[in-house]
Design a protein around this ligand. Structure first.
Ligand code: NAD
Length: 435
């Protein structure tokens, strides 16, 4: 579904009118392509407080040239892990105030923070302050720029995360707080195809976001299984052919779905993406039982059942990745979506509780992507005015594309993301809903 307003605001009369009338001014986002895989420009590395991170070698591996005096940086990393007091916060202002105006369009600002120290309320206050700071700055920067906060203790464990956030792949991820642990993970042999030799299964991959996820994982080298319901066979085969994958026709609500997946993949599975989902909107007062239970079963019940079955069967290999699909509707709530909001909030509960156990017991990470307004058939069916509000009510003033969710999923699935666990990351352009 084309965003005509975004195209119009790129023209001379469009620019004039939006400025005069104070209308939202979305900037065309710079997304990843094989021809232009990196941001254009330099990376500026700043520090606030006394940091102990060994960050420079990791930043050097992101591929962006580091320049202490970059005039118009494509990316700024502010290492604020050493901020421990309110006074230290002055250094955050001192570091970013002079440069924030010069960050290039579609540029990146990444603030690095430390985990909150419950034994030191001054450190906890100063570090928590970074969240409000990051989210506020994200609402100010405009021009397709993103601002995110990463909490970490070990720079090399956060390499895949920094690479993602400092690349065009994270175009629609802004205002997020991501915690990265210190688990070591293997470096892939082929950096351009990090999933080589791995098998990924994507549910609901015959179209929309699932199709984009399947394509991104195949691009990264995975053998992809496109799973969808038997009624979607034609589309599923088209996707599989395009990406060089295979098809598994299966309704995920079937009681034996997990067993059938395990049977279809005797060699095991490395990446499991729970993307299949449905909406059956009605206000609760008008919602018949079947609308309630079908949404809860597809979006949540089947996710729990199949994950349990696959983990119990040992079908998910070590260093495996589970990525589930939540939604900002599960965070902010939506009128007419009590069923959907409940199911998607349930997904975040599932991810946060299972993540530490899955990692300890099976060496598998569990994360969720929470899309905001993404341009798909699902959102094309939304009435015009609600659709326009959904598109504009975020810091980037536009809807995301399926590929934005796919790139975030590919970052979770990356072999180097073993320290990213139990995270719910919104791909919503910093939606004002549920912020
Ligand atoms: P979509 O309707 O375009 O595609 C969903 C796919 O899932 C379809 O191919 C469908 O056949 C398949 N599917 C449905 N039930 C299934 C089942 N029981 N077993 C196997 N496959 C099944 O939806 P989309 O917009 O691409 O959304 C994908 C996911 O992202 C969903 O979980 C959705 O809730 C979530 N999401 C989407 C948006 C958005 O803006 N589009 C926002 C937030 C969350």
């Amino acid at each position: 579904m084309a965003d005509r307003y975004l195209s119009f605001t790129g023209t001379a009369p469009g620019r004039f009118l939006t400025r005069r009338l104070g209308l939202p001014r979305p900037a065309p986002l710079r997304r990843w392509s094989a021809e232009r895989p990196a941001l254009d420009g330099e990376l500026l590395h700043l520090t606030a407080g006394a940091s102990r991170l060994d960050l420079a070698p990791v930043l050097a591996r992101t591929g962006l040239p580091t320049d202490e005096a970059a005039g118009k940086p494509a990316a700024v990393v502010l290492d604020a892990t050493g901020v421990r007091t309110v006074e230290d916060l002055d250094e955050v202002h001192a570091a970013l105030h002079p440069v924030v105006r010069s960050v290039a369009e579609s540029g990146r600002i990444v603030v690095l923070g430390a985990p909150l120290d419950s034994a030191d309320h001054h450190q906890a206050a100063a570090q928590q302050a970074l969240e409000g700071f990051t989210r506020s700055l994200g609402k100010e920067t405009g021009g397709g720029r993103t601002v995110n906060l990463v909490r970490l203790t070990d720079a090399s464990a956060a390499e895949s995360t920094l690479r993602f956030l400092l690349s065009p792949k994270s175009a629609y991820v802004s205002g997020q707080v991501i915690a990265v642990g210190d688990e070591e993970s293997p470096s892939p042999e082929d950096a351009d195809r990090p999933l080589t030799g791995r098998t990924a299964l994507v549910t609901g991959a015959a179209r929309g976001i699932g199709e984009a996820v399947a394509a991104a994982l195949a691009r990264d080298g995975a053998e992809v299984v496109v799973l969808d319901v038997p009624q979607a066979e034609e589309d599923a085969r088209r996707v599989a052919e395009r990406i060089g994958g295979s098809v598994l026709l299966l309704d995920m609500t079937a009681a034996d779905a997990g067993a059938r997946i395990a049977e279809a993949l005797p060699g095991g599975l490395d990446v499991l993406v729970h993307n299949a989902g449905i909406t059956r909107d009605r206000r609760l007062v008008n919602m018949a039982k079947d609308r309630w239970s079908s949404v809860l079963d597809v979006n949540l019940g089947s996710v729990l059942r199949t994950t349990d079955a696959l983990l119990e069967a040992g079908a998910l290999r070590r260093d495996g990745r589970i990525v589930a699909t939540a939604s900002i509707a599960g965070i902010a709530g939506n009128a007419g979506q009590t069923n959907y909001g409940a199911s998607k909030a349930g997904v975040t509960g599932f991810v946060r509780a299972l993540a530490p156990r899955a990692l300890a017991g099976h060496g598998v990470t569990v994360n969720a992507v929470a899309p905001g307004f993404i341009e798909t058939k699902m959102t094309a069916a939304v009435p015009l005015f609600i659709r326009e509000a959904g598109r504009r009510m975020n810091s980037l003033a536009q809807g995301g594309l399926p590929v934005d969710v796919a790139e975030t999923t590919a970052w979770f699935a990356h072999p180097g993301s073993g320290a990213v666990n139990g995270q719910v990351v919104r791909v919503c352009g910093q939606s004002l809903l549920g912020a």
